[in-house]
Design a protein around this ligand. Structure first.
Ligand code: GLU
Length: 464
């Protein structure tokens, strides 16, 4: 069987969108499913809009999502000689020709077509047979156009949408090179041909380009790859995803404290399904992924589901890794991680109740800041038996040898409640408000153990 080769070919003209990330995931999954190769190609021929920063964002995004590619990054701007070589051959074969029409002239042509109720399209005025004897205008830099077939139709069997046919009468002679720089539709064909890409998987916004590209493949005598177009991703309201819907850039999710494996899982599931698989690893996806299981309907982002999924991944994430990912976030909030309890242990305690790293940092902060006890609240919780309970707790804590959650519960909490004859909250509230100085705490015995005996006793002494 032919080697399966896929590629993600982003243009470095802005942020890395969710749609691009999802396409990359599917390209990766197809390559891995068949033991093939996955390529990264940077389509940087748009000299005005391409930036180094945007390229870096793509590289960072791929890395963050752990989308390992086997070849690349390949930059189109490094391949200008090759495009020129192919164009020269096409000119020699009569598959392409120079066009000297000025932009004003083309505008006028389109206006006239519109006035006649026709669809605006290039009329082939510089096709060699149409300009015999016509003088070449001075000072006009020609572009090179592809000679599109006039007759017949283009058909392909889209791996997602099924058979699609477009008549050649709908297409015109598109520009393939301007000032020595290839246009997208041309460069993409030369590249996919040279790089032996077997499956072109991309957004449905490219469906209109595909028949044009197939005509170029045919003109080059190149084998036409499989095409698979993916429906767009919409916002929760079903409208096209835009900034208005919140985050659309992949790396922004990193900033917001999502785990890459959760984003990977969520995006993969968005527009593709296999039985009742909801939570799955990369390897599980690669094993079962089939393009034919992709949906033809636009996907809808569901932020709640994403957060839920992230929470699931948080729960099972390694504590040391979470600590590494959370440290700077706590420090940014003014926390002193260096001199507080072990962040690894704190993550272990909190990860089951934190949907994102940002939320984890929020709820871990009280371990790492000077306690700022809310005096009003403290007074309230110390009244009605709270003070006595806390005092007794301190005495019992001072008496135990080793501070473990079991010891704290068995030898401090339980006997205090018994001796004072009070419900848990009478002791727990002073511990939370006066000792932890937190709005909320995880399980109190474990929380106190992380502070350590000395610190807890000092805080109790201050509170009484
Ligand atoms: N450079 C194109 C884009 O960013 C991708 C084209 C393709 O995958 O064929 O939309």
């Amino acid at each position: 069987m032919k080697t399966i080769r896929t590629r993600i070919a982003p243009s470095p003209t802005g942020m890395m969108h969710l749609g691009t990330a999802r396409t990359a995931i599917y390209c990766w999954a197809v390559a891995r499913h068949f033991g093939g190769k996955f390529l990264l190609r940077i389509e940087d021929t748009d000299q005005v809009r391409s930036t180094k920063e945007a390229t870096q964002v793509i590289l960072d995004g791929m890395k963050w999502l752990n989308l390992d590619y086997d070849e690349g990054p390949i930059y189109q701007m490094d391949r200008l000689d090759r495009y020129r070589e192919v164009v020269d051959q096409m000119l020699a074969d009569g598959r392409a020709y120079y066009c000297y029409a000025t932009p004003e002239e083309l505008d006028q042509m389109r206006e006239e077509q519109k006035a006649k109720g026709l669809k605006p399209r290039y009329d082939g005025r510089w096709r060699p047979e149409n300009c015999v004897g016509k003088p070449i205008p001075e000072g006009v830099k020609p572009v090179i156009r592809f000679r599109n077939p006039d007759e017949g139709a283009v058909t392909w069997d889209d791996a997602v949408y099924g058979p699609i046919t477009v008549s050649n009468s709908e297409l015109d002679d598109l520009i393939i090179m301007r000032n020595g720089i290839p246009t997208y539709n041309f460069a993409v064909v030369v590249d996919d041909w040279d790089m032996e890409v077997s499956h072109v998987i991309r957004g449905a916004d490219h469906i209109n380009n595909t028949p044009r590209q197939i005509n170029i493949y045919n003109a080059l005598g190149a084998e036409v790859p499989v095409f698979a177009h993916l429906p767009l991703i919409n916002g929760q309201d079903g409208q096209k995803l835009s900034k208005r819907h919140g985050t659309v850039s992949v790396l922004e999710y990193e900033r917001q404290g999502y785990l890459p494996e959760a984003i990977f899982n969520y995006l993969a599931r968005l527009g593709w399904g296999h039985g009742n698989m909801e939570k799955f690893s990369r390897d599980e996806l690669a094993k079962v992924f089939e393009l034919s299981d992709c949906s033809r309907a636009a996907a809808r982002i569901d932020w709640k589901k994403l957060e839920w999924l992230n929470g699931q991944y948080m729960k099972e994430a390694d504590n040391a890794r979470l600590a590494e990912l959370t440290r700077a976030r706590i420090e940014a909030r003014g926390g002193d991680v260096e001199h507080g309890p072990s962040l690894v242990d704190v993550c272990d305690l909190l990860k089951g109740r934190s949907a994102t790293l940002e939320k984890l940092a929020d709820s871990a902060l009280f371990f790492y800041v000077k306690p700022e006890v809310n005096a009003e609240e403290a007074e309230k919780v110390l009244a009605d038996g709270g003070r006595e309970a806390l005092k007794l707790f301190g005495e019992k804590l001072a008496a135990i040898d080793e501070m473990t959650p079991e010891n704290v519960y068995e030898h401090c909490i339980k006997p205090v409640l018994e001796e004072c004859g009070c419900p848990m909250k009478v002791l727990a509230n002073p511990l939370r408000v006066c000792v932890c100085a937190a709005d909320r705490t995880p399980q109190i015995d474990k929380t106190l153990c992380l502070f350590g005996k000395e610190e807890v006793l000092a805080r109790i002494a201050r509170a009484l």
